[in-house]
Ligand binder design. Structure first.
Ligand code: PLP
Length: 399
């Protein structure tokens, strides 16, 4: 007989729990800086103009046939240009195996499954800390996990020396998960010079870099600049893997559109790898959804819409950068004895504030401010209307 009665509820996702608590709070002052989704200066979700225009072009004009198993050819082609460069010889030489994925999460999972199937004895090195779902993804793919040093709590910056040691001490040919830009949750990225040293050391050790690029454009406002780490590794002749997501940089969160690519030694290998990635997708979801992929390819293939997109990404990044400055200035104006320089040094959607779980609890209980207990502030939730209130509350619980 079936015995589901022994099943306990799964533990609550810490981030979704924050949103639930926020929604249940009736205070007019409440602030949600938990969720990793962009908001405008009124705290409202944003649909980009370029996306609305692409939708207008789709509406009533296209059929709803299945995409090929590997997804939209146009979307993949444009995604590769964004990640590897408009004129990448790897694209021309067809050395990249790429499939449409269910956003960044699906791309990571597909890669993890690929890794398990074809390199069953390999492990994955994951930074400390990282996006919590990375652990779940590689756990469920049954790939053993190791960690590497990344964040330095005292400096609230990169622990570069320990990171380099961990790279050197890992067995030759290890898989490393790297955040391509706008590291989540810390907002701390290596500098260009540091990336060059990391890339060099990867070469020495024969490690394989897997880039999770969930925020291309969100860090600096310019997708080209945010691809710098990947370009450095490409210059150095690495084979790489890459997970791309359009959730954040096109605001297509719920559309689940992304791309998984693997740079191979030659075109023949790329054909083989692509067919195996498709083979992994087939029994899971058969083929990916069509609408979001169409939106992306329409935008990226039309020079006018693409430049509108670039302007809009820059606008989102600029608003966040402006809020970093405002939050820091407000804290300094209040006479906070602590240094808040890291708020403006960190980059991307998040600020890893350094607040303790107890301080976060006080923010929530006394000030109706909601965020994860690791002290991560989603800068996208900060607005000109709440920044002063937020700064005051942070000052109260940290002074
Ligand atoms: N990787 C990182 C580091 C992220 O922060 C996120 C989203 O929060 C993702 C991947 C995947 O997001 P999605 O699956 O919505 O593209």
């Amino acid at each position: 007989s079936l015995c589901f009665h022994g099943i306990e509820p799964a533990p609550k996702d810490p981030i979704l729990g924050v949103t639930e608590a926020f929604l249940a709070d009736e205070s007019p002052h409440k602030v949600n800086v938990g969720v990793g989704a962009y908001r405008d200066d009124n705290g409202k979700p944003v649909v980009l103009e370029c996306v609305r225009e692409a939708e207008r072009r789709i509406a009533g004009n296209l059929n709803m046939e299945y995409l090929p198993m590997g997804g939209s050819i146009d979307m993949i082609e444009e995604s590769l240009k964004l990640a590897y460069g408009e004129n990448s010889e790897y694209i021309k030489d067809k050395k990249i195996a790429a499939v449409q994925a269910l956003s960044g999460t699906g791309a990571c999972r597909l890669f993890a499954d690929f890794q398990k199937r074809f390199l069953p004895d390999s492990q994955i090195y994951i930074p400390v800390p990282t996006w919590a779902n990375h652990h779940n993804i590689w756990r469920d793919a049954r790939v053993p996990q190791r960690t590497y040093h990344y964040y330095h709590p005292e400096s609230k910056g990169l622990d570069f020396a320990s990171l380099m040691d961990d790279i050197k001490n890992a067995p030759n040919g290890s898989f490393f998960l790297l955040h391509a830009c706008a590291h989540n949750p810390t907002g701390v990225d290596p500098s260009e010079e540091e990336w060059r040293e990391i890339s060099y050391q990867f070469k020495v050790k024969g490690h394989f870099p897997f880039f999770d690029m969930a925020y291309q454009g969100f860090a600096s406002g310019d997708p080209e600049r945010d691809a710098k780490a990947i370009r450095i590794f490409l210059e150095d002749g690495h084979l790489i893997g890459c997970a791309q997501s359009y959730a954040k940089n096109m605001g297509l969160y719920g559309q689940r559109v992304g791309c998984l690519s693997v740079l191979c030694e030659d075109d023949k290998q790329a054909v083989a790898v692509k067919s195996q990635l498709q083979q992994l997708a087939r029994p899971m979801y058969s083929n990916p959804p069509v609408h979001g992929a169409l939106v992306v390819s329409i935008i990226l293939k039309d020079p006018n819409l693409k430049s509108l997109w670039l302007k809009e990404v820059e606008g989102m990044a600029d608003r966040i950068i402006g809020m970093r400055t405002a939050l820091r200035e407000n804290l300094e104006k209040l006479g906070s004895p602590l240094s808040w320089e890291h708020i403006t040094n960190q980059i991307g959607m998040f600020c890893y504030s350094g607040m303790t779980p107890e301080q976060v609890d006080r923010l929530t209980n006394e000030f109706h401010i909601y965020m994860t207990r690791n002290g991560r502030i989603s800068m996208a939730g900060v607005t000109t209307h709440n920044v002063q209130y937020l700064a005051n509350a942070i000052h109260e619980v940290t002074k």
